[in-house]
Design a protein around this ligand. Structure first.
Ligand SMILES: Cc1ncc(COP(=O)(O)O)c(C=O)c1O
Length: 443
């Protein structure tokens, strides 16, 4: 008898150690997605699930876009891989130029990575290299913010401010500190768009300057709108104050635009919508519509020039990934940015925002709802936690919505939503009706 005990089976769930997942629960209660098209996923049984989260905040142009998949297929037949260390291939340069066209004026130098986490660590390293290049090697401190999420690398994790994301690992980077988060529920509950209260929280950066000395601080990194920790919308004026304090002390301002980039807030980037431009921005997700992994860091021309000019002949920045500017990712990025232009996806998001805002705020009186907030095509519905079981209620809502055909996202007791930018009114209605039913049922 042949021993088939080591033969893998297609529906064996054991080997895959799933990321950010309750593996034991999932493997006992799997929820699988097999196909996607437009606004929807489909389960292996063919059941439709409306995607209210654009995958993981990333499929901004909707799923299965033919222009993107064909560009990837075509490129795979032409050039599967080429190094970008001391060599190049045309699509990587074209993709970089296209990204630079989309970012705010003066932010024109594009370093490619493969993910948001790699972009965060790359941005932090560029900030350190920049200060060294201009003779300020003592500027090593990196300031983040409570409830900030910058991925899972040691840099992003240390600058990020999520306890659960750090406490399992112990060792964090030294020389970091954190601003307070900007979430003030008592003052700003049920605000539509940017809240009125909280700009002064940016002044806490002055306290960190007093504490550590401005000449030890390299950079401040924030999400212009924090997504992963539950949609924390920046108070009016907050980012302007942060920018002013950074300028006063020669500190670089880094935006993590991994979620907010590529039309999510109704403009190309959050920097455009919020009117405050950073020195460095990170991005990923929507860059390729998530069809091939790719991230990028875009810096001011001055940062690039400073690092390159200060370096003797040879490699100027000792940093890079085998897959930086990968041909398939570059092809996907160019096709995605074509779609953004052809369909004006940021403009579509802006046009949908009032309907979206009105629809989700109508949930303010649903049982257990303690806050609703939004910006662009992002929305959050926060529930009162169940006594002794934080997060349990929202997780039940997530499961109930999924079983009734709508995919939402959960973080703590917050339901977060970020539909593809091609969403239409009837999709919004279905999302909100399903959520209302689920919130009522688990109350
Ligand atoms: C703001 C932000 N930065 C970084 C990341 C990490 O990106 P990735 O999971 O691609 O490493 C995320 C992921 O959600 C994010 O939301």
């Amino acid at each position: 008898m042949p021993d088939d005990s080591r033969v893998s089976r297609p529906n064996d769930l054991e080997a895959f150690w799933m990321p950010y997942t309750d593996n034991r629960y999932f493997k006992a209660n799997p929820r699988l997605l097999a196909r996607a098209e437009g606004m929807s996923y489909f389960t292996p049984e063919g059941r439709e699930v409306l995607d209210a989260t654009a995958g993981l905040w990333c499929c901004n142009a909707g799923h299965g876009r033919r222009q993107i998949t064909e560009a990837i297929q075509r490129q795979a037949g032409i050039l599967d891989f080429a190094p970008t260390f001391n060599l190049g291939h045309p699509l990587a340069f074209e993709a970089a130029a296209r990204v630079a066209e989309m970012t705010p004026a003066g932010l024109d130098r594009v370093f490619f990575t493969n993910s948001g986490s790699e972009s965060a660590d790359t941005a932090l390293k560029i900030a350190l290299a920049y200060h060294r290049a201009r003779g300020q090697a003592q500027r090593v401190r990196l300031i983040g913010r409570e409830r900030g999420y910058h991925g899972v690398g040691f840099g992003g994790m240390s600058v990020g401010g999520i306890g659960g994301n750090r406490k399992q690992f112990g060792a964090m980077l030294p020389y970091t500190d954190h601003l307070p988060h900007t979430h003030l529920p008592d003052q700003n509950r049920f605000t539509r768009g940017q809240p009125e209260h909280g700009a002064a929280l940016a002044d806490k950066l002055e306290d960190l300057v007093t504490l550590h000395g401005a000449d030890t601080i390299a950079a401040v990194m924030v999400e212009p709108m924090a997504g992963s920790t539950g949609v924390l919308v920046p108070p009016k004026g907050y980012l302007n104050r942060l920018r002013a304090i950074c300028d006063k002390y020669g500190i670089l301002l880094i935006y993590d635009e991994v979620i907010t980039g590529f039309g999510r807030l109704g403009t190309a980037f959050a920097a455009d919508r919020l009117g405050v431009v950073p020195d460095i921005m990170t991005m990923a997700k929507g860059l390729t519509n998530a069809a091939v992994p790719m991230g990028a860091v875009v810096t001011s021309n001055g940062i690039y020039d400073t690092i390159v000019d200060a370096s003797p002949a040879g490699i100027e920045l000792f940093h890079g990934y085998t897959y930086s500017g990968h041909p398939l990712a570059s092809a996907a990025a160019i096709a995605t940015l074509d779609l953004h232009r052809a369909e004006d996806l940021p403009g579509r998001a802006a046009a949908m925002e009032p309907y979206w805002q009105g629809a989700i705020h109508a949930l303010h009186d649903a049982p257990g709802v303690v806050d609703v907030r939004d910006l662009g095509l992002v929305g959050a519905v926060e529930l009162a936690p169940r006594a002794g079981a934080p997060g349990a209620r929202a997780m039940e809502v997530f499961r109930r919505c999924f079983d009734r055909g709508v995919l939402v996202r959960v973080t703590g007791d917050i339901i977060a939503m970020s539909p593809p930018l091609i969403v239409e009114n009837h999709h919004v209605d279905r999302i909100v009706e399903t959520l209302r039913e689920a919130v009522g049922a688990v109350a």
